[in-house]
Design a protein around this ligand. Structure first.
Ligand code: SAM
Length: 282
């Protein structure tokens, strides 16, 4: 049964980590004109009004997008963060406060050109209905279906380039290894695929199932980035950090994101930090 609804967490520090990484990759891909197939395996609603009852329940955006937004003038010397904040500004109803936070379908659709394709999968019936209501370009195809099966069905892609975001809710323990198996299946069919996987850092340490399986798959060019609110030992419950595992990250993205995410961490509190490493096969 699907219970997770992203509206409760919209704009939190994990969204900032995930969408800034996604945005950096998209800006790199746009440098060439050859067509790209984008896949968002777990799309969610697409756009989140922060005044929504669900979002107001936890107000996680305050230690996330709103903190970065409030610091945007001080962050303007970082070209990636400046461009990201400018894009975020496009969906705000007023200039000064953050009223909306865009989800991954919006970030992807915004950079989707005529020659590109975008496949959005969402399995939760209610969330799929919200996604259906979003105004998206005609290249965006929405499917109320399982994203991990859906991405496999799209292989090999009809375009020269392929880029996927895999962002499950990890409601089932099994999802960590399912995601690793999907990564391997995609890489086997599209060697140059860029795949971005989001994972939560929880006291249970379940993300190690994903990371270990990815490492054992023998895939090269895996880069791991983690943004943490506080050190793991200090968390007894709840998500203390956000992880991104990237297959075939574009050249230079690691340096760029290391610089920008250190600045993001400085907006999130005294104990927040960012670390990254190339994930070498075992
Ligand atoms: N990617 C979104 C973003 O960045 O804005 C957030 C996605 S949220 C973390 C995960 C979403 O995946 C939820 O909306 C959930 O309903 C959906 N979901 C769960 N299992 C799924 C599956 N097997 N296939 C597709 N969607 C699924």
């Amino acid at each position: 049964m699907l219970a997770y609804q992203h509206a409760y967490h919209a704009g939190n520090f994990a969204d900032v980590h995930k969408h800034l990484t996604l945005f950096a990759v998209l800006q790199y891909l746009l440098r060439k004109s050859s067509a790209i197939t984008y896949v968002d395996t777990h799309a969610g609603r697409g756009l989140y009004p922060l005044e929504a009852e669900e979002t107001q329940r936890l107000r996680e955006y305050r230690q996330g997008a709103a903190a970065v937004w409030a610091a945007r003038e001080a962050l303007a010397d970082d070209p990636l963060l400046a461009a990201w904040c400018e894009r975020l500004g496009d969906v705000q109803s007023g200039a000064s406060t953050l009223s909306h936070y865009p989800g991954s379908p919006w970030w992807l659709a915004n950079d989707c050109r005529e020659q590109d394709r975008l496949a959005l999968f969402e399995l939760h019936p209610g969330e799929a209905t919200h996604l259906e209501a979003q105004v998206l370009p005609p290249q965006a195809r929405r499917q109320h279906a399982d994203g991990l099966a859906g991405i496999r069905a799209l292989l090999p892609p009809a375009t020269p380039r392929f880029c996927a975001l895999i962002d499950p809710s990890y409601e089932r323990k099994q999802e960590y290894t399912d995601v690793a198996a999907t990564l391997q299946a995609v890489a086997a069919k599209v060697r140059h695929a860029i795949v971005m996987i989001w994972y939560p850092l929880l006291p249970s340490g379940r993300h190690h199932d994903l990371l270990t399986a990815a490492r054992r798959s023998g895939l090269r060019k895996l880069w791991r980035s983690e943004l943490t609110l506080h050190p793991p030992g200090e968390a007894t419950h709840g998500m203390y950090g956000s992880g991104m595992l990237l297959l075939n990250p574009p050249w230079g993205i690691d340096t760029q994101l290391n610089a920008s995410l250190a600045r993001v961490a400085s907006c999130l509190g005294d104990t927040a930090s960012h670390a990254s490493q190339w994930w070498v096969p075992e």
